[in-house]
Design a binder for this molecule. Structure first.
Ligand code: KG4
Ligand code: ZN
Length: 330
């Protein structure tokens, strides 16, 4: 049995998975009190993880109907993320593993997002994989469970950041991506014409121009009119983010026409993006909604493909704030 922990940002997560990959439980405790600060406050996040982690692990074991003694492997997010938040997860993982002399598997958070597509068994290789989260937007070609080439990444904001900044401009509380998307269902995407960075050549993304375009449009309309036309603004803005992404996926498919597509990360929970991507290739892998935003099931799924560290080798392990996945450019 694998017990996996994920604490890279503001969600305290634990999951239990069988060695064969069957997901037995997936517990996510979200820290809602960051909204009033307009973003995640690292110190508060770390303190909450410390308070929540044992209860979340108990619930994951309970939901899986197993005892801690039945766990044979501990998996944990090592990075990237907020250092203080990651530290609580890694220290907890060591504390669960070391007294029992269990092996420990450190998992990269971005690799975990890719592995959210492996929960029901990996898709056929090779596939083009979009990671779109609050902190990262990467396009990769995954050729084997742990082998990938970086095809493109964002030149400025991440896709989730673009959603959240747009949401803030339209008056939604942090993180706002899901709320903006909900509002967009009531509006017409053709109400406004926002840019999709089509002049940025190749497979890199850019969202900064789009965010500025929304800012200017909201200013031009003025507060009352912007409020009155909020649904249309949200729909057109969401459409532009989805089309910015779709254009890069299309370009990647033109290079690798036989590849399938997978998407992952919080933005992969977006209904409009999910629909758009489904129409782009004959084989498309899209994780269940609860596996898109941060969770420990994806860390458990990723850990099955990584060599575990034995006791006491992992006691020296440290967290990291940026991922080397971002540098693996072809
Ligand atoms: O992967 P994730 O949970 O955390 C990071 O690793 O960053 O992604 C969080 C991001 C946030 O920016 C959030 O607004 C966005 O995913 N998000 C969405 C939706 N659900 C979450 N964006 C658009 N539509 C959604 N339904
Ligand atoms: Zn994430």
């Amino acid at each position: 049995m694998i017990l996996a922990l994920e604490t890279s940002c503001d969600e305290t997560c634990a999951a239990v998975m069988t060695p064969a990959g069957e997901l037995l439980s997936n517990v996510i405790s979200s820290q809602l009190d960051h909204a009033r600060f307009g973003g995640v406050v690292p110190e508060i996040a770390a303190r909450h993880h410390l308070e929540l982690i044992n209860g979340v692990v108990d619930k994951a074991l309970g939901d899986a109907d197993i005892e801690l003694d039945q766990v044979n492997t501990i998996a944990v997010t090592q990075g990237p993320g907020l250092v203080g938040a990651l530290l609580i997860g890694l220290a907890s993982a060591k504390a669960f593993a070391a007294p029992r002399r269990l092996p420990l598997v450190p998992v990269d958070h971005l690799y975990g997002h890719i592995a959210s597509n492996f929960v029901d068994g990996p898709p056929q290789f090779p596939f083009i994989c979009l990671i779109a989260s609050g902190g990262h937007t990467l396009l990769l070609r995954v050729t084997a469970p742990t082998e990938f080439e970086l095809l493109g990444s964002t030149l400025d904001d991440a896709a989730g950041e673009a959603f959240d900044k747009g949401a803030r401009l339209l008056g939604f509380p942090y993180p706002g991506g899901a709320a903006l998307s909900q509002c967009a269902t009531q509006g017409d995407p053709a109400s406004f014409n926002f840019p999709t960075a089509s002049r940025v050549k190749g497979l890199d993304f850019s969202f900064a121009g789009l965010k500025t375009a929304l800012l200017y449009k909201v200013r031009e309309l003025g507060p009352n009119e912007a409020e009155r036309r909020r649904n249309g603004l949200a729909a057109a803005y969401e459409e532009a983010i989805v089309e910015t992404i779709a254009l890069r996926v299309k370009r990647a498919l033109a290079i690798y026409p036989n590849d399938s597509i997978a998407i992952c990360g919080g933005v992969a929970a977006n209904a409009r993006l999910r629909e758009r991507i489904k129409g782009m290739a004959s084989v498309v892998s899209i994780p269940a909604l609860e596996l898109c935003t941060d969770n420990a099931a994806m860390i458990a799924a990723g850990s099955r493909y990584i060599e575990p560290l034995s006791y006491p080798d992992y006691l020296q392990l440290e967290v990291y704030s940026t991922s080397e996945l971002r540098q693996r450019r072809i």
